[in-house]
Design a protein around this ligand. Sequence first.
Ligand SMILES: C[S@@+](CC[C@H](N)C(=O)[O-])C[C@H]1O[C@@H](n2cnc3c(N)ncnc32)[C@H](O)[C@@H]1O
Length: 298
Amino acid sequence: MSDAANDKVSITSGATPVAIMPRAAQTAADVSGHYDELDRPYREIWGDHIHHGYWRTGRESPEEAVVALVDLVADRLALTPGMAVCDIGCGYGASGAYLAEHYGLAVTGLTISSAQARVAGGRRPAAGTFTCLERDWLDNRLPDACFDRAFAIESSEHMADKARFFSEAARTLRPGGRLVVCAWLASSAPSRWQVDHLLEPICREGRLPGMGDREDYETLARGAGFVPLGFEDISRNVRRTWAICARRLLLKLATDRHYRQLLASSHTRNRVFALTIFRLMIALRTGAMRYGVFTWRK
Ligand SMILES: C[S@@+](CC[C@H](N)C(=O)[O-])C[C@H]1O[C@@H](n2cnc3c(N)ncnc32)[C@H](O)[C@@H]1O
C-alpha cells in the first residue's frame, strides 16, 4: 500500500481499518438512507440488479451482463438443489430470487433499506423460495450453522465492521460451506491523487465506511477461519457498467423533471452520487479501483 493510503484513519466507531477510510464517518443509517432516497433512480437506471455487469465476451447486453455476474457467483458457490443460501445485502432481491428459481434453493436475503425490502419481499420465484429480511447483517440474529452457502454482491463495502461481516458469515455457515464475495477494492498502491480525488470521495459520497484492498479481505477472511479457494480480478469485465449508468442518468436528466428536481434540491442528501458515477468510471479505467470475486470455504 502507498503512503497516501496508509495515513487514513478510522473515525467510524467499530469500523475495521482498511486501505481507504472516508474523511467523514458513514453509518448504517447513512447507507439505508442512501438506498431509500435513491430508490427510484436505482430501479430506473440500474434495474432489478444493483451491481456491476460482467462482460465475458463483450457482446452481452447490459441486462445479460448483470445476470452473467450472478451466474459467475453461482458457479463459484457450487450450488445444488435444496441448499439453504444467504444473500447478504440482497438489494431488490433479484439475484437471490434468480438463484432460488434456477437451482431450487431456499434463499434468505437481508437488506437494510426499507424501499428495497418492500420490493424484495414480494418476490415469488417459480421454484425454490426467497425470503427477505429487513435487517442489518452485522446484527442478523440468525441461528448458528443455518446456511450451506452465503454470498455478498457489493454489500461488504457498506459495512463498517468488516471483521464482523466475516465472523457472522463463519458463524451462520455450516462446516464446509462456501462464501463468495464480489467487492469493490482499492488497488494495492494507489497514488495520492487517486486516493484524494477518486477513492476517498467514492467512499464518502457512496456511503462506504471503508474500501478494502485484496489483502484486507484475505486477512479478514483468514481471521474468521475461512480457507481461500479462489480470487478473480474481473475489473476489465465489469468497468463498462459506469458508462452505461452515466448515459442513462444524463438521459433521465434531459427528459424527466423528477431527476432534475432531485439533483437541484438541497434536501436530497445523496445527490452527490451523480458525480460519484463519473469518479467510479475513472477509478476503474485507471486501475485505482479493482473489482474482485473471492471464494472461500469454511
Ligand atoms: C450495491 S447494493 C447490492 C444489492 C444486491 N446485492 C445486488 O447485487 O443487486 C448494496 C446492498 O447492501 C445492503 N447492505 C448494506 N449494508 C448492509 C448491512 N449492514 N446489512 C444488510 N444489508 C446491507 C444494502 O441494503 C443494499 O441492498
